[in-house]
Ligand binder design. Sequence first.
Ligand SMILES: NC(=O)c1ccc[n+]([C@@H]2O[C@H](COP(=O)([O-])OP(=O)(O)OC[C@H]3O[C@@H](n4cnc5c(N)ncnc54)[C@H](OP(=O)(O)O)[C@@H]3O)[C@@H](O)[C@H]2O)c1
Length: 262
Amino acid sequence: MGQARRCRRVGQQPHPQPDHGRHHAQAGRAGAPAATEGRGLTAWAIVGASGGVGGALADVIAATGAPVVRLSRRTGLDLTDEGSIAAAFAPLADLAGVIVATGLLHREDRQPERDWRQLDAAWMAENFAINTIGPALVAKHALPKLRRGDPSVFAALSARVGSIADNRLGGWHSYRASKVALNMLVRTLAIELARKNPAAVAVTLHPGTVDTGLSKPFQRNVAPEKLFTPAHSAAQLWRVIQGLTREDNGFALAWDGQRIPF
Ligand SMILES: NC(=O)c1ccc[n+]([C@@H]2O[C@H](COP(=O)([O-])OP(=O)(O)OC[C@H]3O[C@@H](n4cnc5c(N)ncnc54)[C@H](OP(=O)(O)O)[C@@H]3O)[C@@H](O)[C@H]2O)c1
């Protein structure tokens, strides 16, 4: 598809403004974003910037000089409260990208299922609230804020275990199912996005197995070279994001740029 190849890739800034970038990156890091943050600038918004991968992604993007708005529960955005999502995005405009880096796999008193006898309605609902419904509500308020004309991206972190085709091990029922549903939602949103903002793309991304709080209890059998630092995963993901074209719209991609089968 020549058209896709000819169009500018999403990581490219049409009007680089490095000084503004540094200012805004720091403003976002300090706490709630200023009301003007991102307005008229080619800013990136990271939802879940308090997390391992989300924080590293914010750092990687800020290091390029691009403005970064760091959103999380610390700045008042809670995925279970749509009003807080709407309020976080209300002051933003002309965004170059939005990355949803939130996620839930376990809590102190809750582990992913290993057996169907462990299925529990409340835990399943919590997985879907954080891994599926929250990111969808972010999309609802963030997609209209993507810049028009120049390329832009909406990316939600999913997981390879959310691939039905790749599921040979079983287990982690609620997490897997919530990520499958996330992939479907982003695919559906991407089709709508292509009509409403043809320069934008929406994808889900698998960050690899990353040394964060989310993976901590499950790292025992991971070979050291397959356990990424958050900084390494973020650098890989940023490379993938920068290379996105319209041909990728609606698909799931891994940290190495490979498409993950649904
Ligand atoms: N780490 C891995 O090996 C791995 C592998 C495959 C996929 N992933 C995916 O990558 C993404 C990032 O994971 P990570 O490893 O960086 O996990 P992490 O360090 O545990 O970060 C999780 C993030 O989600 C946020 N979050 C949870 N509940 C929230 C809520 N109700 N409202 C707002 N934010 C909420 C957390 O915010 P607080 O700081 O406020 O708790 C935190 O920012 C997730 O989608 C995960 O499924 C990770």
